[in-house]
Design a protein around this ligand. Structure first.
Ligand code: BG6
Length: 484
């Protein structure tokens, strides 16, 4: 007779795997700036201190025209970004001081094809990403590349309505192929699209100009289907280019808990988690539209046009890993909420940042356990971080103990997931340097381990100053997660 913990128990690990990829993540639209590339829809998301909701990306055609014809009337922080396009070498050098093992960035479509569908790719754009890879290789940092981080080239949104158009979908595949060929053998981890479950009927994710399209709700589901097909094709092409390539399905974690243990709230949470979270990963990782989704579409009069061979393509080209961005978690009530993603209630037991984003490390652990139970594929945390209003102190730094506690608690949660048998292989915190906010285009929502001296209007010295969290994370990485 033997004891289970003496035999099977050997599988248990004490902490993070030796080859765990500690890292950090940025996106082109928030970091690079628009120099040397065509405009993307993200560049048109202006900063408006009086109405931050306007920058969410759902501009009308008239609003787009006005921004293109009269740029002087607006402030466009994403056009400046944090000048990462020019400053990448010194920024990566600073990040290498953290000892990080991986760096997630996105390639900007309009840097490779300025209008999205030009006859030839931009040599300058491709050379830029090669230089960025040179730099990462110099410090032994593994790149993780997102091909579409919600930055549709303006031309493709305005003239073709984004991913709804066959022309745009082929242009995306051509762009993806050009990038994967050029960077072949140098990038192993690819995320074809950022946060597929946040696909919205708007400019940023589908590249749709709202007031030019009828029957938007139906278009959204069709757009999601197009993205599933594109991701499968990217994986198919990418695996031919290099069989070592690995592709990730990416979710923004919005797993909900019921507000109360009332059966109605419980089933609402289950149903909503199915349709706003699992549906996307089920299709991309299991290769099939799940039954609960088909039932939901039938009940709600929704349907998707499917071309011949598309379902087989999805089935035969499932993603290899799951990438998750995790910031906060909310609860849901059958009485108060609808099925729409984002329609939820703040958990009253949790603290929040100034933007109302709750802090719930246990939610991260809970999510990892649930995903692993369901998918059994390696999991990467593609984003996790804490946004706060901060000022540079007279001592030339920021004492961001709140960020350290946030990150410590979340990394502890990941360690617990690993100890419970979840296969986690990377952690990319958001963000290494303060960047322009995706949602509100402001600079004052700072996530960085490094302070960037730049305000909402792009003023400042743009100098980088490591915060306390920089030195703390350096120690976490050096100790492989032991010193938290
Ligand atoms: C994620 C996005 O959803 O949220 C990032 O992938 C974004 O691009 C992050 O920056 C945080 O959102 P925000 O609006 O605070 O920048």
């Amino acid at each position: 007779m033997a004891h289970l913990l003496e035999t099977e128990g050997k599988r248990l690990t004490d902490g993070f795997p030796e080859d765990f990829l500690w890292g950090a993540a940025v996106s082109a639209k928030q970091a690079e700036g628009a120099d040397g590339r065509g405009l993307s829809v993200a560049d048109l998301q202006d900063f408006n201190p009086d109405d931050k909701t306007k920058v969410k990306g759902d501009l009308t055609m008239a609003q787009i025209r006005d921004r293109l014809d009269h740029p002087e009337r607006y402030s466009f922080p994403k056009k400046l970004g944090i000048e990462f396009y020019h400053r990448y070498a010194e920024d990566i050098e600073l990040l290498s001081g953290l000892g990080i093992k991986c760096f997630r960035f996105s390639v900007s479509w309009s840097r490779i094809f300025p209008n999205g569908d030009d006859a030839e790719p931009s040599e300058q754009g491709l050379a830029y990403y090669e230089s960025l890879l040179d730099c990462l290789e110099e410090y032994d940092i593994e790149p993780i590349v997102t091909l579409y981080h919600d930055d549709m080239p303006v031309n493709l949104a305005v003239s073709f309505n984004g991913f709804l158009s066959e022309h745009v979908r082929s242009a995306f595949l051509r762009y993806a192929k050009v990038v994967m060929r050029r960077l072949a053998g140098r990038v192993r981890y690819w995320i074809p699209v950022n946060q597929i479950n946040l696909t919205r009927v708007g400019l940023s994710s589908l590249g749709i100009v709202r007031d030019t399209v009828e029957d938007l709700d139906a278009k959204k589901l069709q757009g999601v289907h197009h993205k599933f097909v594109l991701c499968a094709k990217v994986a198919q092409i990418g695996r031919k280019i290099d069989p070592q390539n690995r592709f990730g399905a990416m979710l923004a974690d919005f797993l909900l808990n019921p507000l109360t243990c009332k059966p109605e709230d419980v089933i609402m949470a289950t149903r909503k988690n199915q349709m706003t979270m699992y549906f996307y990963a089920d299709v991309q990782l299991r290769g099939r539209y799940p039954g609960y989704a088909l039932h939901y579409f039938k009940e709600n009069g929704m349907d998707v046009e499917v071309e011949r061979g598309e379902l087989e393509l999805i089935a035969n080209n499932a993603m290899d890993f799951l990438a998750v961005s995790y910031y906060n978690s909310n609860v849901v009530s059958a009485e108060k909420n609808t099925m729409a993603i984002g329609d939820s209630i703040i958990n009253p037991y949790l603290e929040k940042n100034p933007w109302g984003w709750t802090v719930n490390p246990t939610g991260l652990l809970d999510g990892m356990l649930r995903y692993w139970d369901r998918y059994q594929v390696p999991i990467m945390i593609a984003e996790n971080g804490f946004g706060q209003v901060e000022e540079l102190g007279s001592d030339g730094t920021v004492h961001d103990d709140y960020r350290i506690s946030y990150l410590r608690a979340h990394i502890t949660a990941i360690r617990e997931a690993v100890q419970s048998g979840v296969e986690m292989f990377a952690y990319c915190l958001w963000s290494p340097i303060d960047m322009v906010s995706s949602g509100t285009s402001e600079m004052r929502k700072r996530y960085g381990l490094i302070y960037n001296d730049q305000d909402d209007y792009g003023n400042g010295s743009h100098r980088r100053y490591p915060k306390d969290s920089y030195y703390w994370y350096r120690d976490v990485v050096a100790s492989n997660g032991k010193n938290l």
